[in-house]
Design a protein around this ligand. Structure first.
Ligand SMILES: Cc1ncc(COP(=O)(O)O)c(C=O)c1O
Length: 468
């Protein structure tokens, strides 16, 4: 019996859906330069109540209206060229097209035998990332939903490789600037808070190798097992890059797993300046990258690379009778064997497509531009009498405060300034707390941000200083 259900789209309905969505997306994208950066308070929160389960069909056009005209209206706008809060990326639309194609194909990517060439596309993406990081061909890795889960898998891989089953005496070393997802990862991986050694940083928010060496010595004297040193290649707070080469030396001497969280900064290794400041990242046992930050993808893509791919397999491999045969060829990757997921989306395509379409130089040039823009704004604000740069840009994030007679007045003036700038709605900045003082961050990462928007920021900043 052949009974068509409404869930099977007719060609006409499919074409209409795609056409309507395409029209909406094209109009939305054309308008991006004019869109405000923050409309999160545009709707009354009461309008955002949970809806009951839908019973009657609703036409796609109304549903797209709901998404584009209603729900999206109340939001921060990370696709805007003026979005310089947190760590932006912009969201390459190519990845949206790739997701649509990947979802239409709906192929199984966890086991290579089922869709070998498609699995290999993700493996290719990983090998390109390895090349960018200066990793050997024995390195392996996988794409995740973001940096947090990639860091979690790094901690678990380090734990399994260095400590085996009994990790009750293991100690992890991080700086007080490390991303909070590392604390979470350590906890989820089974470590008590007392097994995470959070160390103070120097005047440029970097983790000094001697500080770590002292802590390791003390812990060994207590009979503990130092096993993992985590460095940041671009902290979220101030963009600081730890001295990776010196930390790699220390990890070597002490036989620790050396992990680098390069979620924000790692891809800057494509540029000459980035390569210089990230020197030593190529010596890490593992590196996390976030393509949804400095490779400009839409949210939903992180990556973990591990220098010796065998460690990934030893940590994650697990057999089951109902699975098809897995590969034993070194060149072919069964992602279920080297990562926590079995069924997984075809994430590779959203990276593969834009990289193949444009080639690597387009990404490198874009990152170079971000370094120039961060430098430019830094030079402009460094000469403003009321501003104190508290964190210079190692890469493309910097932080500053407004001067004041005491901490209270500094905090008040700095908060007033960020509010002034954000209310102008041409640029959106976010703040942080540095040694107890409120500071404004500027994160220049989006591929859509160019000099014109930086000039707007400078204008708003100068106007703000006159009144705050
Ligand atoms: C340095 C750093 N590490 C890790 C993360 C967490 O990544 P995600 O938000 O993709 O989970 C971030 C996010 O901003 C980050 O900046």
């Amino acid at each position: 019996m052949n009974v068509a259900t409404p869930l099977e789209l007719s060609e006409e309905t499919l074409r209409r859906m795609l056409g309507l969505a395409t029209d909406r997306i094209v109009a939305f994208t054309k308008d991006i330069p004019n869109q405000p950066v923050d409309t999160s308070s545009a709707m009354n929160a009461a309008e955002l109540v949970l809806e009951p389960i839908p019973r009657d069909p609703v036409d796609i056009e109304c549903l797209l209206d709901d998404v584009f005209d209603q729900a999206t209206r109340a939001s921060l706008n990370p696709v805007s060229p003026g979005f310089m809060g947190y760590v932006p990326g912009g969201g390459l639309l190519h990845a949206g097209v790739a997701d649509l194609v990947a979802n239409a194909l709906n192929r199984y990517i966890g086991v290579a035998r089922i869709a070998p060439a498609l699995s290999q596309m993700e493996a290719s993406v990983i090998s390109w990332f390895c090349e960018i990081m200066g990793y050997p061909t024995s390195a392996r890795g996988f794409l995740t939903s973001g940096g947090s889960l990639a860091n979690l898998s790094a901690v678990v891989t380090a734990r399994h490789t260095k400590l085996g089953d009994d990790f009750s005496r293991g100690v992890i070393y991080v700086s007080d600037q490390v991303h909070h997802c590392i604390d979470k990862a350590a906890r989820i991986a089974g470590f008590a808070d007392t097994q995470l050694r959070v160390l103070p940083t120097d005047s440029r928010f970097r983790l000094d190798a001697e500080t770590v060496a002292d802590a390791i010595e003390q812990d060994r004297a207590q009979g503990l097992e130092p096993f993992l040193l985590i460095a940041s290649a671009g902290t979220t707070n101030t963009g600081a890059v730890d001295p990776l080469d010196a930390l790699a030396d220390l990890a070597d001497e002490e036989d620790l797993w050396f992990h680098v969280d390069g979620a924000y900064g790692g891809f800057f290794r494509m540029t000459e300046r980035g390569k210089a400041i990230l020197r030593g990242i190529e010596r890490a046992d593992s590196v996390v990258l976030d393509p949804h930050k400095s490779l400009f993808l839409p949210y939903g893509t992180g990556a973990l690379l591990v220098r010796n791919g065998q460690h990934l397999k030893a940590t994650h491999s697990s057999a089951a009778d109902y699975l098809p045969d897995l590969q034993d060829h070194d060149e072919v990757v069964d992602f279920c064997e080297i990562s926590p997921e079995l069924t997984r989306p075809f994430r590779g395509l959203r990276v593969w497509l834009p990289m193949k379409m444009h080639g690597i130089d387009a990404f490198r040039d874009c990152l170079d531009e971000k370094l120039d823009l961060a430098n430019w704004i830094q030079e402009q604000i460094a000469v403003l009498p009321d501003i104190e740069l508290v964190a210079k840009a190692d890469l493309s994030i910097l932080a500053f405060v407004v001067k004041g007679s005491d901490r209270h007045s500094m905090n008040t003036r700095t908060r007033n300034l960020i509010e002034f700038i954000n209310q102008k709605n041409r640029v959106h900045l976010t703040g942080t707390r540095i040694d107890g003082t409120f500071a404004i961050r500027i994160a220049v990462v989006s591929y859509r941000t160019h000099l014109d928007r930086m000039e707007m920021l400078l204008e708003d900043l100068q106007d703000g200083l006159r009144v705050c």
